[in-house]
Design a protein around this ligand. Structure first.
Ligand code: C2O
Length: 344
């Protein structure tokens, strides 16, 4: 049977590393769950296009900054506040919820086949809330295009210390123009930038193509109701998804906070740009395997989660509803796939 949506009223303290401060990450628990419906068809509203963060124009950036500033100003218990938004990630990632009917088994959306769809929905609602706060339902999140040479540094908008997109808990040595190491192993191996770019492109090819020839290899292992969590990650989840997390976080913090640990990662606004790129690359991979990409298994298709929408309504979503980006009303800016030519 599929993993069911958690009971928000039954939220336990998260399981954190010993060195993490006491943290409550249970989101506000609401009532009156409604089932997700896709937005009006693309024929009636144009697709909203998520841009590459390093190519964003000043107008879009101004909207984004205003939206995040407003989100940070909402009362802490408003389910749309920035505080509540990062808690959602912590709760689903640090064992705060039990599986319905299995009080000894937690829900964990990482290290399994729920990784891509859960984060897709998480960003979808986050983006709609930001849009609502600035009265613009065409608003889109930017993506951190770390798979292309032009995007392989922390995007400037996040490095601006006077921006609401800035976060102090990041590695000070990894600021622009220092290039990301997609195979980061918590030590800086400094190589010439050209060489680093080249290595990154080859890692992308390996994780997106050579190591991703079957759905399970890319998406992650099956995880059903009654299963132990963490059955196994897909090719992208540890590298480069995990490596970009640890590369971004601050090594002087006990657990690489913020980006370097699940519980704290979504406190950094750059989390959402990082995951927009992960989401985009799922879409790209799916496009490389027409008709042969999705699991047909109902335990995947019917796995369910709960999120708050832009009206602070609690919505139950199912994996089957997020597979088609166009049906969800958005697309990604076409920036090319330079790694597709970078066979190792
Ligand atoms: Cu839910 Cu990038 O982790």
């Amino acid at each position: 049977a599929p993993i069911q949506a958690p009971d928000l009223g039954n939220c336990n303290p998260p399981e954190l590393p010993n060195t993490a401060p006491d943290t409550n990450c249970c989101p506000t628990s609401g009532t009156g769950i409604t089932d997700f419906v896709l937005p009006p068809a693309a024929s009636s509203a144009p697709l909203r296009v998520r841009p590459a963060a390093h190519l964003v124009d000043a107008g879009h950036l101004a909207k984004y900054e205003r939206a995040v500033a407003l989100m940070k100003q909402l009362p802490a218990d408003d389910p749309r506040s920035f505080e509540q938004q990062w808690r959602v990630h912590c709760a689903y990632c640090d064992g705060a919820y039990d599986q319905a009917g299995f009080p000894d088994l937690e829900i964990q959306v990482h290290n399994c086949w729920l990784f891509f769809p859960w984060h897709r929905f998480y960003l979808y609602f986050h983006e709609r809330i930001l849009g609502k706060l600035i009265g613009d339902d065409t608003f889109t999140l930017p993506f951190w295009n770390w798979d292309a040479p032009g995007g392989m540094t922390v995007p400037a908008m996040y490095a601006n210390t006077s921006s609401p997109l800035y976060n102090q808990r990041r590695d000070p040595a990894h600021q622009p123009p220092f290039p990301v190491d997609l195979d980061y192993n918590e030590v800086d191996v400094v190589v010439p930038t050209d060489e680093q770019i080249d290595q990154n492109l080859r890692i992308m090819y390996r994780q997106m193509v050579s190591s991703a020839k079957k759905t399970q290899l890319f998406m992650g292992q099956p995880y059903r109701a009654g299963d132990q969590p963490d059955p196994g990650a897909g090719s992208m989840e540890n590298v480069p998804h995990g490596t970009v997390h640890t590369w971004t976080g601050d090594p002087a913090q006990p657990n690489g906070e913020d980006m370097g640990n699940f519980y704290s990662a979504a406190r950094d606004p750059i989390f959402f740009a990082h995951h927009a790129n992960i989401d985009r690359l799922w879409h790209v991979w799916r496009g490389l395997r027409p008709g042969n990409a999705d699991f047909a298994d109902a335990d995947w298709l019917d796995a369910a989660f709960l999120f708050y929408d832009e009206e602070a309504r609690l919505v139950r979503v199912r994996v089957r509803d997020c597979l088609d980006l166009a049906a969800m009303g958005y697309a990604y800016q076409d920036v090319g796939l330079p790694w597709l030519e970078a066979k190792p």
